[in-house]
Design a protein around this ligand. Structure first.
Ligand code: G3I
Length: 345
């Protein structure tokens, strides 16, 4: 054999290390394994119970889950002192059966509060000191119930508004800004191993919101408050420019010593759906996952529902929809294929 041909034959004969060029993953679970993060979805309990197709795709594709509504206060304590854990328990049980890590969502929010609580505060039958006790009991009861089962809790959700002020809510008005530190401390006491997150939307790009959130977290860390992560919800729309600075924002928070996650990703569009819009949507999903993978502190990439059959978007944005990775019939969309093509580094 001539030397050149021999050299070529040797090169061809040496197998590439398996890690260097992993084959295209078969599904999102395999993608998650190859890239070393978890890929998750919000779970709608009614669909989990009623639809075999929903369960099939959920459990085949996803290695992390968040209850879309079932762990919120109005769901778990609709009447004062009466706890209804069935829906939240169903999400947790399904996750444990299918090797899915769990994000608890959420412990403190200004939305989806039970009427007994908001009415009691409004009409003054619940005073400020009692309100603080109620919040502490809620956080500790829920975090204790799922102690050891929740990888990460969204302890406070959306506490900064779009102008960069602490959000007006019954919590801020009646308890003062210290409720945020208290919430993290109580959650930590109830479940010392869960990663405790602040979770918000528009912090992918809104400078005022980013700066206030940054200062808030820096102060919490300086006080020794147990906060471990920041969740970027990632509710995007293709009619808006892609937030290109997002990875840099993630890095800034990671430099505070935080873990980072994409917690509620979806990409809506003005209907009707066209192939061009689906291609743009695919690009937004691809860039979001690549961005997360470019930041070593980014551990989780969760979408807010995986099928256009069950998405919050059409109910909230008139004339918009089709925001998910699968269509109404559970067929994968270009965005799904785009995610599978993403590689780390
Ligand atoms: O519980 C009632 C049910 O009894 C009734 O039959 C039904 C009829 O419409 O409504 C049910 O309540 C709905 C609830 O979802 C549960 O399905 C509410 O009307 C509806 O407003 C509520 O929307 C949820 C929304 O949060 C509320 O703020 C969405 O499903 C949920 O996707 C959305 O999730 C939020 C995250 O928690 C935080 N970040 C933003 C994200 C999107 O808004």
């Amino acid at each position: 054999m001539k030397p050149l041909i021999l050299a070529m034959a040797l090169v061809l004969a040496v197998p590439l290390p398996a890690q260097a060029h992993p084959r295209q993953p078969r599904d999102l679970r395999e993608l998650a394994q190859q890239t070393g993060i978890r890929i998750g979805t919000a779970v709608d309990v009614a669909s989990l119970r009623d639809e075999a197709d929903y369960r099939k795709v959920l459990n085949r594709e996803f290695s992390h889950v968040t209850a879309e509504n079932a762990m919120k206060w109005e769901s778990v304590e609709p009447e004062r002192g009466t706890y209804t854990w069935q829906d939240a328990d169903a999400v947790v049980a399904n996750a444990l059966r299918h090797d899915q890590k769990i994000r608890g969502h959420n412990l403190v929010w200004h939305n989806q509060l039970p009427a007994w609580l908001t009415t009691g505060v409004e009409n003054g039958t619940i005073g400020d000191a009692e309100l603080r006790d109620i919040l502490r009991d809620h956080i500790m009861t829920e975090a204790r119930r799922y102690r050891g089962k929740i990888r990460a809790w969204d302890v406070v959700n959306e506490v900064v508004d779009d102008d960069g002020n602490l959000r007006q809510s019954i919590w801020l008005t009646h308890l003062g800004p210290g409720y945020i530190a208290d919430a993290f401390r109580w959650a930590h006491r109830a479940d010392p191993h869960a990663k405790l997150y602040l979770n918000d939307y528009n912090i992918e790009w809104n400078t005022a919101k980013i700066e206030t959130t940054y200062t808030l977290i820096k102060d919490l860390k300086a006080q020794g408050v147990p906060i471990h992560g920041i969740g970027f919800q990632g509710h995007l729309g293709i009619q808006y420019d892609y937030p290109g600075d997002w990875p840099a924002v993630m890095r800034r928070f990671a430099d505070l010593g935080l873990e980072v996650a994409v917690t509620e990703m979806d990409v809506r569009m003005v209907l009707p759906v066209t192939p061009e819009k689906l291609a743009t949507q695919a690009d937004y999903y691809r860039r979001a996952l690549s961005g997360c993978l470019s930041v070593s502190a980014c551990r989780e990439f969760t979408v807010w529902g995986f099928t256009d059959r069950h998405s919050w978007v059409p109910g909230w944005f008139d004339g918009e929809g089709a925001a998910c990775l699968f269509d109404e019939n559970y067929a994968p969309k270009p965005a799904y294929q785009a995610l599978l093509s993403v590689k780390r580094g």
